[in-house]
Design a protein around this ligand. Structure first.
Ligand code: TXA
Ligand code: MG
Length: 321
């Protein structure tokens, strides 16, 4: 069923305007993927360098061949297993795809999101919607409509309100253009889950060796407050070692540590499991960033596959500025 707000969003998109919309990962800043003016407006609104390609969102797998060419069987299998859902496939692009979307590369990123509002919008619009995360370049991705408003405010014609994003971290990006799948950006769909579907091993690219890779810019996903990652066993001594200049401090903990009351320290108890932790992470970082903390200490998360995407984002959020 098409609601009035979806009808309005479709007319904004058809006129070349921008619509921020919820997906299950993070909110996207959407424009008509076949309209070069709309695409240029996305880059301008985000203040994003033009060589960073955009993901095209589609309503269903049947539309994939309109955007991608020479689709390998393995990619079809992943689409069947994980779409709609938080997985982006990198494939060879069709010749008509405009250069601004692909950053001039011969490949395109495509996904079918699973948030009901995103699907309703895509179905009613009919075409592809190019959408990066709806934040300004280097900022934390928004996981609520209010966060989109803070990031982009009047740079977008319409912000669809779809509640807090279910997953909370950006999609897993997997490059399917060579014989072996390669993870370009870890997400909550793990390399293991992908290799189980395909029965072949999956490569992970070291973040530092990526060329135009997602989040390669070292300031990606960063809060403005100084943030530091600290091993679990060192967190208590790190906290007691803070100088008065570093207080007040927020300390994000996920393991079951006894938390002493210390003046100037606000303990933030995060969920002990990766799924809930991921759901809350960006919202928490954004909210802490808006308070007057001098620093944010973050307990390092387990070196286990379920936590891989979270480790990746935390290492970026705490990279030296
Ligand atoms: O979960 C998500 O993927 C969210 C929601 C809105 O769908 N979108 C998102 O978009 O995270 P963005 O633009 O913030 O990150 C997409 C990343 C970019 O950093 C870009 O480098 C990479 O995807 N990407 C897009 N097309 C690519 C391509 N052809 N080859 C390699 N990387 C690509
Ligand atoms: Mg982004």
């Amino acid at each position: 069923m098409t609601t009035p707000i979806i009808t309005k969003a479709v007319s904004v998109l058809r006129a070349g305007g921008l619509v921020a919309f919820p997906t299950e990962t993070v909110y996207g800043l959407g424009g008509d993927a076949s309209n070069p003016i709309a695409i240029q407006r996305i880059f301008t609104a985000k203040e994003r360098p033009s060589d960073h390609p955009l993901i095209v969102h589609i309503a269903n797998t049947r539309m994939l061949s309109h955007w991608a060419a020479d689709i390998p069987d393995a990619a079809e299998k992943l689409a069947e297993a994980f779409w709609p859902g938080p997985l982006t496939l990198i494939l060879k692009k069709q010749p008509h795809v405009i250069d601004k979307i692909t950053g001039g590369q011969s490949t395109i990123g495509v996904r079918v999101p699973r948030h009901p509002m995103a699907l309703a919008l895509l179905e009613a619009f009919g075409g592809g919607i190019a959408a990066p995360s709806a934040n300004r370049f280097t900022h934390i991705s928004p996981t609520t409509a209010a966060a989109v408003r803070e990031e982009l405010g009047n740079k977008v014609e319409l912000i669809l309100e779809g509640g807090a994003c279910e997953v909370g971290l950006e999609s897993t990006i997997v490059d399917m253009t060579s014989g072996q799948p390669r993870i370009l950006r870890p997400g909550m769909i793990t390399a293991h889950a992908i290799s189980e579907v395909l029965n072949i091993s999956v490569l992970s690219t070291d973040v530092l060796t990526l060329i135009r890779a997602p989040g390669r810019h070292h300031l990606h996903y960063a809060p403005e407050t100084m943030a530091e990652l600290i091993a679990s066993e060192k967190i208590l001594s790190a906290v007691t070692g803070l100088t008065t200049k570093q207080l007040p401090a927020a300390v994000m903990i996920h393991s079951d540590i006894n938390l002493p009351i210390i003046e100037g320290i606000r303990w933030i108890k995060m969920a002990p499991d990766a799924i809930h932790y991921a759901h809350d992470l960006y919202h928490m970082l954004r909210s802490l960033d808006q308070q007057a903390f001098k620093c944010i200490l973050i307990e390092a998360v387990p070196d286990e596959e379920a936590w891989h995407a979270i480790r990746d984002r935390l290492s970026k959020a705490t990279a030296p500025k």
